[in-house]
Design a protein around this ligand. Sequence first.
Ligand code: ADP
Ligand code: MG
Length: 241
Amino acid sequence: MPVIVFASSKGGAGKTTACTILACEIAKQGKDKNIGVSVIDADPERNLSAWAKMEGRPENIRLFDDVTENNILDVIEEAQRQTPFVLVDLEGVASNTVTFALSQASLVIIPCQASQMDANKAVKVIKMIKNSSRMIGREIPFAVLFNRLSAAIITKTGRHLAEEFEGSGIDVFKCSLIERESFKSIFSFGGSIYTLGAKNKREQESIDKAGDNAKLFTEEVKRRLKQDIKPIEETRRTANG
Ligand SMILES: Nc1ncnc2c1ncn2[C@@H]1O[C@H](COP(=O)(O)OP(=O)(O)O)[C@@H](O)[C@H]1O
Ligand SMILES: [Mg+2]
C-alpha cells in the first residue's frame, strides 16, 4: 500500500496544500469504489488536522493526528491496514519524525515554489532523503513539485530551475500546482474545492480549473507509484550497465 510523504526543509512550500488536494482527489475518485485515503498529520502546527476537523471533509478520508516521533511508524502501519492510500504531511524541519516517515515512503513529494531560495531548500531535503535511502538500503523515490505557479505564464526563473533540477538528475513533476484561490479557501471553509460553491460563472470556472489541476496532479502521482521500487544494489547495477 503506497505511503506518500510530503517533505521540504522549509515551511510554506505547500506540503499541507498539496497533501490535502491529493487526498480530496483520491477520495473523490475512490468514493464509489469504497476506496479510502488516510491523512497523517505529523506536523506540530496541525494545519492538516484543523482542515480535517472542519465540516465537509470527504467521508472516505481518515485523519490520524496526535502523531509524534514515538508513534509515527505505528500510525503509518495502522493507516496502511485501514486504507489503500496513506499520505503523510510533515513539518518543514529535520527531525526524527521526518526521518522515520521518509523510511516508509513509496514516494516523497517535495513542493517547491519557483524561486532560487526555495530550490536551494529543496536540494537540502533531497540530501536528507538520499541519506535515509542509504541508511535503510533501499531507494526512496522522490520528485520536486513546483507549486504556486502563475496560471498565465511560465516564468524565466521557473524554467531555469526546472532545467537545473533535471540537469542534476533530480526528478521533477511534469505537472505543477497553480496558484488558485480555491486551494487556499478550503482551509477557511473546510471540505474540498468541489464543496466550496461558486457565486458566479467566473468563480465556477476558477474552481473547474483547480479541479483539472488536482486531477492532473493525482494522475501523475498514481503513474509514479506504479514504477518499480528497486533495492539500491539493483539500481547501481542498472546504472553501471
Ligand atoms: N497552489 C496554491 N494556491 C494558492 N495558495 C497556496 C498554494 N499552495 C500553497 N498556498 C498557500 O501558501 C501558504 C503555505 O502553504 P502550506 O501548504 O501551508 O505550506 P507548508 O505546509 O509547506 O508549510 C498557505 O497560506 C497556503 O494557503
Ligand atoms: Mg504544513
